[in-house]
Design a protein around this ligand. Structure first.
Ligand code: COI
Length: 361
């Protein structure tokens, strides 16, 4: 079933109905959408069926659709890049789909046939390839999503689902671009509890984070850094991304223990660091250790990693009554290295030693 071929129907937008493309210098993040989308349906009797690439359009859903009431929803984020000779490349798309299947397991949703969905995704990107920006730093963001659609109010897994893929040409996620951001260390609200859904990419995790984000933004910070829910002591992740700290000569990131998202950019940075001979370690880090390392001068850099955020250097952390300046508020050597290296790799300008790239078309 998981390697089942998906028969995809095509219903293309008429040439004269294609949308006008936005200005590549003013893309923002996730505000423009391409001409087409992919949709497929699931029910217990037919499994995945009715797969179609069709014009980007609204859904018509019953107001009792379970996603509206109990939030049974999962999603992914990945990007398409324009390389030399207009070759379009996807970065680690199978890993996103495999992670989506992990999220599906946790949220009692049906698994996706990874190879079939990848084929449909490639067909969709190819059809809308004119939307893949060629500006440096701009990419086509791809958002696979699954929602529970059965109209029913009893609490249990839905018996019907829609899986869809929409795409959006995007610029930098943060207004700061690659410039360092200021982060508020959140010690009151928490993101995820042990045994909860922190490692699943499900909308509820993000909805629950918005209050802390809004309050941090009101205080002048771009994002929050979450601490663990039990002791409010261990660093977990930043609002939209994983976190790395450079302390002494070690590149450290918190371990995957169920409460943080297993980031694909996180994994790529760990592998790139190892490829280039850097010492990496996945271990628990307390916020007190960060404060102390800052006081002794051992804290060299902090950066966050994510598909949307790419690599985002942290210039300042605010924790209780302390303000920690990192690398004098400037982008550090390693943040810059990983940012450049990752981007070059994603655009096909480096040897793809890990077989991370998938060609479209
Ligand atoms: C991503 O980085 O792809 C995400 O899903 C984070 C989201 C808040 C934009």
């Amino acid at each position: 079933m998981l390697n089942k071929e998906i028969e995809v129907m095509f219903n293309k937008v008429e040439e004269n109905q294609l949308k006008e493309k936005p200005d590549q210098d003013k893309l923002g993040f996730g505000v423009h959408f391409t001409d087409h989308m992919f949709v497929m349906h699931w029910n217990r009797e037919l499994g995945w069926h009715k797969a179609e690439i069709c014009p980007y359009q609204n859904f018509s859903l019953d107001p009792a659709a379970m996603v509206f009431h109990y939030g049974q929803e999962i999603f992914e984020g990945l990007k398409a890049y324009r390389a030399e000779n207009d070759q379009i490349l996807l970065f680690r798309p199978q890993d996103n789909l495999e992670r989506m299947n992990q999220s599906a397991l946790r949220m009692c949703m049906p698994r996706l046939p990874v190879e079939g969905v990848l084929k449909a995704m490639k067909a969709l990107v190819y059809l809308d390839r004119a939307w893949v920006p060629d500006n440096a730093g701009a990419t086509l963001y791809i958002r696979p999503t699954m929602i529970a659609t059965e109209p029913a109010l009893g609490l249990r897994p839905s018996e019907e689902y829609i899986f869809f893929i929409i795409m959006s040409p995007v610029g930098a996620y943060y207004a700061e671009g690659f410039n360092p951001v200021k982060i508020y260390v959140e010690d009151s609200y928490v993101r995820a509890v042990p045994g909860g859904v922190g490692e699943a990419k499900t909308g509820g995790n993000y909805a629950a984070s918005v209050k802390a984000l809004t309050e941090a933004q009101e205080k002048g910070y771009t994002q929050v850094l979450w601490l663990d829910a039990v002791e409010r002591k261990y660093i977990e992740e930043v609002g939209t991304s994983n976190i790395f700290l450079v302390i002494g000569d070690e590149i450290i990131t918190p371990p995957l223990k169920g409460t943080i998202l297993p980031g694909i950019t996180r994994d790529s940075v760990l592998k790139l660091a190892q490829d280039h001979g850097y010492k990496t370690i996945e271990r628990a880090v307390t916020i007190d250790e960060v404060v102390q390392a800052s006081e002794t001068g051992d804290l060299k850099e902090i950066f966050s990693t994510g598909t949307a955020a790419v690599i985002s250097p942290v210039g300042e952390l605010s924790y209780q009554d302390k303000v920690i300046r990192i690398n004098n508020g400037k982008s550090g050597e390693l943040s810059t290295f990983f940012f450049n290296e990752l981007q070059a790799l994603q655009r096909g300008e480096r040897e793809d030693n890990h077989n991370w790239l998938v060609r479209v078309g």
